[in-house]
Design a protein around this ligand. Structure first.
Ligand SMILES: [Zn+2]
Length: 416
């Protein structure tokens, strides 16, 4: 059950409470709704209170990031709030590509001379591509929001896919018999990455893959990762006691001998996030993807971004959660288009210049409640408001007078 965040009368965060308790407080008039997303109430009288350690755990993904708040109760670690945050990396990429194409086209038109601008700027240190930066900023925004709503005392983040140290230092003996062990997961995760998540021989995807020895152990092949590849069941069986070269795949043998890809083998976003999290001054725990998977399997949890987040790192080994827990689904939508006007196919303005999207204190994208007393649409409606030319307010495709509107949630660049 998703807990409700609680603030005291000075807006200081208290321990999140059970939704039934929050409802009781709201019904009795002892509290008011402070924020809808994440759902936060503010107490009218109480000041201060006891808190327990709370960890914010993050599993950053390329399209979706899992965010989980885990409380360290005396009875054990428990998930009290979770969310899955969908990024808009592709949308940003598309928009920037469109813009650059338009600019290039405009330069080529026989209008006036414009100096080329592709090579006259320098990137600042720590620059990230805009699509990656937006992911980082999304996670940061939500980290800050959660830190305002509950007493976060530590952070943990999945940093790398696998621990190359753990694999290279230790000679792996009989990996087949170690499936339940952490090391086995690290190796598996590494092999999946190295062999592109497909059979090294026939290239089949989406089938269960088996870890196999390129030079069979019966013929003196070692158990080191440099002698391991992934094969589908059929190929593994067909190969039998042959080496990969004998089986007709010398390139597999060659690829396996190549040194491990650069030690970290992770994307820049994760490291940038890690660096930023460290700036908060809170203790930051980092974990590998292999450990996350190991923790999830050993506790018998299904695959989900928020569950992965809960299982990150050493502290993810013993976390209580309910598989029926429904996380808050957050989608980054961006705030507005920066484009001032839409062009026609020749690049000339097709529409009027963009007008203001605020009126009477409302903004396009605000979540509002409209109580319409009379007329065709007399009823209570809840929806996002769109401010148009007049300005008119259209929560459900029809216009509503602003005096009937009540804002529930500010437009904040995310949909829920
Ligand atoms: Zn195969």
């Amino acid at each position: 059950m998703q807990r409700v965040f609680v603030l005291d009368k000075n807006k200081m965060h208290l321990m999140p409470c059970h939704p039934a308790r929050a409802k009781e407080l709201l019904d009795k008039g002892k509290a008011a709704v402070f924020r809808r997303f994440p759902f936060t109430i503010i107490l009218k009288e109480r000041e201060g209170g006891d808190t327990q350690p709370v960890a914010l755990k993050i599993d950053p993904g390329s399209s979706t990031t899992g965010l989980t708040v885990v409380a360290d109760f005396p009875s054990g670690k428990q998930v009290i709030w979770a969310a899955e945050l969908t990024h808009r990396g592709q949308a940003i990429r598309d928009a920037l590509l469109r813009r650059s194409q338009q600019r290039r086209f405009r330069r080529q038109r026989q209008t006036r001379y414009r100096a080329a601008r592709f090579n006259n700027r320098r990137r600042s240190a720590g620059w990230l591509p805009p699509s990656l930066k937006s992911r980082l900023d999304n996670i940061w925004t939500w980290g800050v929001r959660l830190a305002r709503a509950c007493p976060i005392t530590s952070l943990s983040q999945e940093l790398v896919r696998f621990d190359t140290q753990l694999m290279q230092d230790a000679e792996i003996s009989g990996i087949e018999y170690q499936q339940g062990e952490l090391q086995g997961y690290e190796v598996r995760e590494y092999l999946l990455e190295k062999w592109g998540r497909k059979c090294a021989y026939c290239g089949v995807k989406d089938l269960p893959l088996e870890v196999e020895h390129i030079i069979p152990s019966t013929r003196g092949g070692s158990h080191r990762v440099s002698n391991l590849s992934l094969a589908c069941h059929d190929c593994n069986k067909k190969k039998g006691t042959q080496t990969a070269a004998e089986f007709g795949y010398p390139e597999v043998q060659a690829k396996a001998k190549q040194p491990l890809k650069d030690a970290a083998a992770v994307n820049a976003t994760r490291w940038a996030l890690f660096e930023r999290l460290k700036l908060t001054g809170l203790p930051v725990e980092s974990g590998t993807g292999g450990r996350t998977k190991f923790n999830r399997f050993s506790q018998g949890y299904p695959k989900a971004h928020w569950i992965d987040a809960a299982c990150v790192g050493e502290s993810g080994g013993t976390v209580k959660l309910s598989a029926t827990h429904r996380p808050l689904l957050i989608k980054a939508t961006g705030r507005q288009s920066r484009q001032m006007t839409l062009p026609d196919q020749y690049g000339f303005p097709r529409t009027a210049a963009k007008i203001s999207s605020t009126a009477y204190g409302f903004k396009t994208g605000d979540l509002v409640q409209a109580i319409v007393p009379k007329g065709k649409h007399a009823s209570t409606h809840v929806g996002r408001v769109a401010i148009r030319k007049r300005p008119s307010f259209a929560p459900r495709g029809f216009d509503v007078h602003p005096k009937y509107l009540k804002r529930l949630h500010h437009s904040d660049g995310y949909s829920y």
